[in-house]
Write a protein that binds this ligand. Structure first.
Ligand code: ATP
Length: 264
């Protein structure tokens, strides 16, 4: 299977934390989930993949080319990143915000670009079902609505690779499912490679084709969700006692009450 991007032996030290020799492969045209306990290095890895953070060592190859050989706008046309919802955005209208995502395509010598940019903004707002918020101030939207607009902002970059950092955190179950269905639609219809940091393992199992599992700054495991998610996986990675049952082909994680180690 072709890789959309891969890393070789990435290492980084920040404060007391270190990422150690991360070699990860992201399959092209698939949905990959990065999962693992809090503080295991998932967001740091995503930031390195999107060039927001430089590693101390190791290499990153995107579409057969080293990340170091990309020019700024060229990288933004290849890879779009949606940071965590806790990162702030300017309080402007939804349309003005999403228009920002077209900046990698702005230049002195481009003709007809305004009309093309408008069409792409409209396409992203339609796809994310946010077109009725076009003239609303971004900060007046609910958390779930804002999350869809953030995805639209990343989509207008028209990059074939989309990185999403915790797209469902802070959302209720309805909006979580709506966002995951949207991610699946983007992957299937737009043929985009998607990489997302997720906490919810059942969601990861239902929507991801492939999982990269991090623990203590290293890749502990990687593979297809249905093969990875077992009782011993939950014990090894999360230190919890749980049964895993299958319902309509998907794993169901059932924690065993009274058997957990409590660290309070
Ligand atoms: N700028 C920084 N300075 C110091 N430590 C940092 C910095 N950025 C991240 N860390 C630390 O690195 C570790 C990994 O952080 P990271 O956000 O990558 O983990 P994560 O797996 O995404 O966590 P979570 O699931 O809780 O979001 C954490 O212990 C964090 O405190």
């Amino acid at each position: 299977m072709k890789q959309a991007l891969y890393t070789s032996n990435i290492s980084l030290e920040i404060g007391h934390f270190s990422l150690n020799k991360i070699s990860a492969s992201i399959p092209e045209g698939k949905i990959t989930g990065i999962v693992g306990p809090n503080g295991s290095g998932k967001s740091t890895l995503l930031r390195i993949l999107s060039n927001l953070q430089k590693p101390d060592d190791g290499s990153i190859v995107i579409d057969e080319k080293s990340i170091k050989d990309y020019k700024g706008k060229e990288l933004a046309q290849t890879l779009a990143m949606m940071p965590q919802a806790k990162s702030s955005l300017p309080n402007i209208t939804v349309k003005e915000l999403v228009q920002f995502g077209r900046s990698p395509y702005k230049g002195y010598f481009r003709s007809n670009s305004y009309q093309q940019d408008e069409q792409i903004v409209e396409w992203a707002l339609r796809l994310t079902n946010t077109e009725h918020f076009t003239n609303r101030m971004f900060h007046t939207l609910s958390g779930g609505e804002q999350q869809k607009v953030r995805i639209a902002l990343a989509l207008v970059q028209k990059a074939p690779i989309l990185l999403l950092d915790e797209p469902t955190t802070f959302l209720d179950i309805t909006h979580q499912i709506e966002v995951m269905e949207l991610v699946e639609t983007i992957n299937r219809e737009e043929k985009m490679t998607i990489v997302m940091v997720l906490h919810e393992l059942q969601q990861a199992a239902s929507y991801c084709d492939y999982l990269v599992v991090m623990k203590n700054g290293v890749i502990a495991q990687a593979g297809k969700p249905k093969e990875l998610l077992t009782s011993s996986f939950l014990k090894d990675i999360y230190d919890i006692e749980a049964k895993v049952k299958y319902e309509e082909g998907y794993p169901l994680i059932i924690p065993i009450k009274g058997k957990q180690k409590v660290n309070i």
